[in-house]
Write a protein that binds this ligand. Structure first.
Ligand code: SAH
Length: 347
């Protein structure tokens, strides 16, 4: 259901129900219940709600667990589309990486999600559903029983290309009546849609902003990220500075290391020149090789050599831990394999 708490309350009041029902129903929805399983409301009301609304708009179709505990989920949507999410288990809690679109229209050279372009935007309730269904799958509830602690918008899709729905989702997910995950525990990753980065800074939703940089040189970035034709790196960094000023949140750059492409000492030095004085962190990612393209990952030692150069140049950086290596790694791969194996066509 896409309604926020107040809209639900209003809808219930309009159909002659008591206001307190909104709290009950909103809570149950965020626990992953269907209307039919909400035993604390009358049968008549359940039926009325069923006629008007969809309680849970996505369900878990498949899950695959890696040896390190990382678990990949394939979700089905009401219209037959499929999306993916990944659960990562850390010492401090569970992080879920969710999709924001079916497919993606960014067309980045290294990414499997955009191979067939954008199918459609996800609704706020569908993004929320990824979290709610996995929380329920883990046996979690709300408040101190919640099993999901952090959310990253880093699955398939470009969140800022689905701006309005993502903002509604961010308000839903942080609503105190529901699953109540603070924006501070949410990270949004963008390929660098500059106007929306400015807009986001003014929403009063201080999520962590992550930008997929992948090259410090505009001309080279254009070759792997078509969006770089629209916005320069200088414009992106200005938008990040503005985000920091408005929200006080340090920003993060993702940098997928591609062998022979963006991994040379010259690239490290250019990154240092750009970022060493900024309140930011660089996350170096070893490319997950995708069979549909020829790009190769760097060797571990080369990733750490690149890290050393950045650190010596005064840039805070880490090499991202590999997780779920033995399951389908990169974004969009599980969905592609499922569609292929079952020879399914999406509607
Ligand atoms: N569109 C958003 C969010 C989705 S992509 C963005 O561009 O940030 C999330 C992250 O996964 C990005 O940093 C992206 O570059 C990275 N990614 C995509 N394909 C990858 C691959 N094959 N190997 C490693 N990281 C990949």
């Amino acid at each position: 259901m896409n309604l926020d708490f107040n809209q639900l309350k209003e809808s219930l009041l309009n159909s002659g129900e008591k206001a307190f029902r909104a709290g009950q129903i909103f809570k149950s929805l965020h626990m992953g219940l269907d209307f039919d399983n909400m035993t604390d409301i009358s049968k008549e009301l359940r039926q009325k709600l069923n006629e008007k609304y969809i309680s849970q708009s996505i369900k878990i179709l498949q899950s695959i667990k890696a040896q390190d505990g990382t678990e990949k989920f394939l979700f089905s949507l009401k219209d037959g589309n499929l999306i993916e999410g990944v659960l990562m288990r850390y010492k401090y809690g569970n992080t879920i990486c969710i999709s924001t679109q079916v497919g993606c229209r960014m067309g980045c050279a290294f990414c499997a999600s955009g191979l067939e372009g954008l199918v459609r935007n996800l609704e706020p309730a569908e993004m929320l559903g990824e979290i709610v269904s996995v929380n329920a799958y883990l046996g979690g509830g709300l408040k101190d029983k919640r099993q999901i602690t952090n959310v990253v918008l880093m699955g398939s899709g470009e969140p800022l290309d689905n701006y309005d729905n993502v903002i509604k989702f961010l308000r839903l997910v942080s609503d105190e009546h529901g699953i109540n995950i603070s924006p501070r525990n949410v990270s949004l990753s963008t390929a660098g849609l500059v106007p929306q980065m400015y807009k986001l800074a003014d929403e009063g939703l201080p999520v962590n902003l992550t930008v997929s940089l992948h090259s410090p040189i505009d001309e080279e970035r254009k070759k792997i990220m078509p969006i770089a034709n629209a916005y320069s790196i200088a414009e992106i960094i200005k938008a990040c500075d503005n985000y920091f000023e408005k929200t006080g949140r340090r920003f993060i750059f993702e940098y997928v290391l591609i062998k022979g492409n963006n991994d040379t000492p010259k690239h490290a030095q250019t990154l240092i020149d750009l970022l060493s004085k900024k309140p930011c962190h660089v996350n170096l990612i070893r490319l997950n090789e995708v069979k549909e393209n020829q790009l190769k990952s760097v060797a571990d030692k080369d990733a750490y050599r690149f890290l050393g150069l950045l650190e010596r140049g005064g840039v805070s950086a880490t090499v991202r831990r590999r997780m779920g290596d033995d399951i389908e790694g990169a974004c969009g791969q599980l969905r592609r394999r499922y569609l292929k194996d079952y020879n399914k066509k999406e509607i």
